[in-house]
Write a protein that binds this ligand. Structure first.
Ligand SMILES: Cc1ncc(COP(=O)(O)O)c(C=O)c1O
Length: 464
């Protein structure tokens, strides 16, 4: 299957960020199998680093502006779980922006922590969620003085970034910690043109998936700490519990290599990429009805413009349809699509060549499909946050029955229902399924979207 994909000579606008190895110099790809090592004298130990791994983590901390950095071999998922478990204890409250990845919900369940959700703003033009406002964070902190801290996701999957400096200041003013899921922002530190990164903006902890936006391998991630409030010894103990006792030396080596590449060349490569994207945007604007997301489209927040979000619904093509057409007719594979948009991940491994292939494919698609905007369901409205009836802590141990989603209105879900990607849950375990949600989920599926948490028969597990 993998060989077949490679034979199709794809243009890849998806993860991993090394883009089929292009972003990693050849000398680092030779004798690859010999890097697959174990803990023997001289190779150090991730769970008790004293040698090369310790040195590599220190270099990463310097490069990313952290006090301490931990290499992760189980993605940001593991880092998110560790952040929550290291800062909260069972029964604690954590303020969480609701546009979080499912790893956050799982982390809350594992830690027995109760979320106090903040609903991020909604961008009706693109039909996507925007940012959480500093004022929302302030209000929620005032209403919940017993909360341990705040967890935000920034950038979101569309590259939209909340105003983190203000959020950090407010959170600290209340004596709380700011945890940031920066899974999509490992590259931000390396360019002043991009929005500020979490460590620089005052976050106490943040996780970054190196594999998403840096030339690094899948599953590799960093966990950064810059705080006097975080109990680092506890964090280490938690990581020791959550991560494998046989961490991949390949992943760790490439976390170090990605850091070195970005330190040496990240700035000029990102600047070049941003220029190429700007020119690409102008050409697309002149030749098609498609719209690229720009900061001017946002009501609030900043935009990471390496994330290319293209509204295809203006050309009468829904995002799922566009993704399929580009793949099948042009061998261009995007990272994800939704009802209105396709999302492309561009990294320092991309050049004009890849953008030209994407342009050619988009022009071809709009000409060949010849649709009009009236044909698409262009009116996507903001979803109401469902009501939590059973706590995350309790729902983990609840029993359930399967039933058809269409019959489950009013029932409490045991599952997380998540369009994937982006992996942001529409319904979390313990929440009540509404008619509006059911309609929305069927709408996604009928247009070709992928939804996890339902069986092939479209059944859902609900609490007894
Ligand atoms: C916002 C966000 N956080 C966390 C994760 C989990 O990251 P990983 O796949 O590195 O475990 C993802 C994955 O897509 C994500 O989008």
């Amino acid at each position: 299957m993998l060989s077949e994909y490679m034979r199709s000579n794809p243009t890849v606008f998806h993860m991993p960020g090394h883009k089929l190895g292009r972003g990693i110099p050849d000398r680092f790809l030779e004798n690859f199998a010999q890097l697959d090592m174990t803990e023997i004298p001289g190779t150090d130990n991730l769970h008790f680093p004293q040698g090369a791994i310790k040195e590599a983590q220190c270099l990463a901390a310097q490069a990313f502006g952290a006090d301490q950095t931990f290499f992760l071999v189980n993605g940001s998922t593991c880092g998110v779980h560790a952040m929550i478990m290291a800062t909260c204890k069972p029964g604690d409250k954590l303020i969480v922006a609701r546009d979080c990845h499912k790893s956050v919900i799982h982390g809350l369940m594992l830690a027995g922590v109760e979320p106090v959700y903040i609903q991020p703003g909604f961008n009706p033009l693109f039909g996507i969620s925007e940012t959480v406002l500093p004022s929302q964070v302030a209000q929620t902190l005032i209403a919940n003085p017993d909360a341990v801290g705040v967890l935000i996701t920034r950038p979101n999957y569309y590259g939209i970034c909340s105003e983190i400096r203000e959020i950090a200041q407010i959170t600290h003013l209340h004596g709380k910690m700011l945890l940031v899921d920066e899974a999509h922002g490992a590259h931000l530190k390396f360019s002043e043109t991009l929005p500020v990164c979490a460590m620089e903006a005052g976050a106490d902890l943040c996780v970054q998936s190196a594999h998403k936006t840096l030339p690094a391998f899948t599953q590799s991630a960093y966990l950064h700490v810059k705080s006097e409030k975080v109990d680092v010894e506890k964090l280490k103990r938690i990581l020791g519990m959550l991560e494998t006792s046989s961490p991949s030396y390949i992943l760790m080596a490439y976390l170090d290599i990605a850091r070195a590449i970005m330190e040496a060349e990240g700035k000029q490569r990102i600047e070049a990429l941003l220029q190429s994207i700007e020119q690409f945007d102008q050409r697309i604007h002149l030749q098609t009805e498609l719209t690229l997301l720009k900061e001017g489209h946002l009501e609030n927040g900043a935009l990471d413009r390496t994330r290319i979000v293209i509204k295809t619904s203006d050309a009468g093509i829904n995002g799922y349809e566009a993704e399929k057409y580009l793949r099948e007719q042009y061998h261009v594979q995007v990272e994800m699509s939704d009802r209105k948009n396709i999302v492309c991940i561009a990294t320092v491994a991309d050049t004009d060549k890849e953008l030209l292939s994407l342009e050619k494919a988009l022009l071809g698609m709009t000409k060949e499909l010849r649709k009009t905007a009236e044909g698409t369901d262009n009116h996507i409205t903001e979803m109401q946050m469902p009501i939590q009836k059973i706590s995350l802590k309790d729902i983990l141990y609840s029993k359930g029955n399967h039933m058809l989603l269409k019959d489950a209105v009013g029932k409490v879900s045991l599952e997380m229902i998540t369009p994937y990607p982006p992996g942001i849950p529409l319904v979390c375990p313990g929440e009540v399924i509404t008619e509006e949600l059911v309609e929305y989920i069927y709408g996604i599926m009928s247009q070709g979207g992928n939804v996890t948490g339902l069986s092939e028969e479209r059944e859902i597990l609900v609490a007894e």
